[in-house]
Ligand binder design. Structure first.
Ligand SMILES: CC(C)[C@H](C(=O)O)[C@@H](O)C(=O)O
Ligand code: SF4
Length: 458
């Protein structure tokens, strides 16, 4: 019987298999940030161990960094960043600290350097590691004790998840983005829909996405409960990788591409679960609730909790969000707009936001935060920063920023945002803050009107 892409990549990395035990997987790339690594390094130190393959380990500072650069005031954040620096120096791990041209959100810098490649196993102590699956590898988040295991051995014990195909037929209509697609998928299958599975996104609409769009989709796999998300590599993938600092070159490149081309699900492979979606029926999508599955097309209204799969959860969510059932989503007023994060903080996202903001003015507090310092540089080379500043938006330095309240960029209690990030949990962007997840295009249009808006409404 044929094999799925996930099965091929998994099997390629099994270094030990025994009945009734998890497989021991070889890990090709280990990404590290300041929040989930300190105890892992402590563990190594206590055991007198070293990092087994420091050259396959790369660290960055992202969650705790202020996006208006300066000292870190919060003591917990400061200690985490200082500890990462000490640990990387002691264990010989490459680090991109604040102030470094390579610094950025961990899931933005891996692909940007060409470190993330098809067929790899990639882990990080961070749930959105699923982003890297966009290149056709298996990439997933791990806990801090697993971080220690990978640091010490470059392997990880893991049970092989089930496989799920999400078949996206048709084409996304004009103005409908990868973000709208993944929000619609999660609304359809639910935040537990992918549980225990690696999702492979397939079909015409997926093939037509850019690498950046594919990363946006895979990024949010975890919000559907999945272990990982992946997309088979193709010419779009190879084109993106070619010439990047860590991509193979010369004869190695040709050999790599030949191997990467074999990384597709066989015709006769069978998935454990199959979900079908027609992209041509989609429109801009926004969330109204407090989990990423509580979303609806922007053209509709806040739902009646009784009409949702979990009425009690929906009632609680509406209360927290300060929304009444039946309110048109386009009437929801927003105080703050955030464009950034590992979901939508790449160059293409900033271009899309700039296109909407060019020659217009924002009426909300608007933060535009590049996902990495390289994205920032590229955006400035294209003059996007000037577009944002002329519109009245704030142009910041790279970091996780308002995606989560671990740095100075937060919502005040009761404040409402349209945010291109991936989680709208209670308090995610600051205590009492209310988050609507949107695409960069909708975020920018919302900044112009102060209400949830699509560019086509302007
Ligand atoms: C802080 C980190 C562990 C966390 C994660 O695992 O995803 C964060 O990145 C998030 O997005 O919630
Ligand atoms: S940008 Fe947000 S989702 Fe991504 S790693 Fe940072 S906090 Fe997590």
């Amino acid at each position: 019987m044929g094999r799925t892409l996930a099965e091929k990549v998994w099997e390629q990395h099994v270094v030990r298999r025994a009945e009734g035990e998890p497989d021991l997987l070889y890990i090709d790339l280990h990404l590290i940030h300041e929040v989930t690594s300190p105890q892992a390094f402590d563990g190594l130190r206590m055991a007198g161990r070293s990092v087994r393959r420091p050259e396959l380990t790369i660290a960055t500072e992202d969650h705790n960094v202020p996006t208006v650069r300066g000292p870190i005031d919060d003591p917990v954040s400061r200690v985490q960043v200082e500890t990462l620096r000490k640990n990387c120096a002691e264990f010989g791990v490459r680090l991109h600290p604040m102030g470094d041209a390579g610094q950025g959100v961990v899931h933005i810098i891996g692909p940007q350097f060409g470190l993330t490649q098809p067929g790899m196993t990639i882990v990080c102590g961070d749930s959105h590691t699923s982003t890297h699956g966009a290149f056709g590898g298996i990439a997933f988040g791990i806990g801090t004790s697993e971080v220690e295991h990978v640091l010490a051995t470059q392997t990880l014990p893991a049970y092989r998840p089930k496989t799920m195909a999400i078949e996206v037929s048709g084409e996304l209509p004009f103005g409908v983005t990868a973000k709208d697609l993944i929000l619609a998928i999660i609304a359809k299958i639910g935040t537990g829909g992918g549980q225990g599975h690696i999702i492979e996104y397939r079909g015409e609409a997926i093939r037509k996405l850019s690498m950046e769009g594919r990363m946006t989709v895979c990024n949010m796999s975890i919000e559907a409960g999945a272990r990982a998300g992946m997309i088979a590599p193709d010419e779009t993938t190879f084109e993106y990788l070619k010439g990047r600092p860590h991509a193979p070159s010369g004869a190695d490149w040709d050999a790599a591409v030949e191997y990467w081309k074999s990384l597709v699900t066989d015709e006769d492979a069978v998935f454990d679960t199959v979900v079908e979606i027609d992209a041509s029926t989609l429109t801009p999508f926004v969330t109204w609730g407090t989990n990423p599955g509580q979303g609806a097309p922007l053209g509709t209204s806040v739902p009646n909790p009784e009409d949702t799969p979990d009425p009690a959860a929906a009632r609680r969510a509406l209360e927290y969000m300060g929304l009444a059932a039946g309110t048109p989503l386009r009437d929801v007023e927003v105080d703050t707009v955030f464009v950034g994060s590992c979901t939508n903080g790449r160059l293409e996202d900033l271009r899309a936001a700039a296109e909407v903001l060019r020659g217009r003015k924002v009426v909300t507090r608007t933060l535009i935060v590049p996902g990495s310092m390289l994205v920032k540089l590229q955006a400035e080379q294209e003059g996007l920063d000037e577009v944002f500043k002329a519109a009245g938006a704030e142009w910041r330095e790279a970091g996780c920023s308002m995606c989560l309240g671990m740095n100075p960029d937060t919502l005040a209690p009761g404040e409402r945002s349209a945010s291109t990030s991936n989680r709208n949990f209670e308090g995610r962007q600051g205590k009492g803050g209310r988050t609507h997840l949107v695409s960069p295009q909708v975020a920018a249009a919302t900044a112009v009107t102060g209400k949830l808006t699509a560019p086509a409404d302007l």
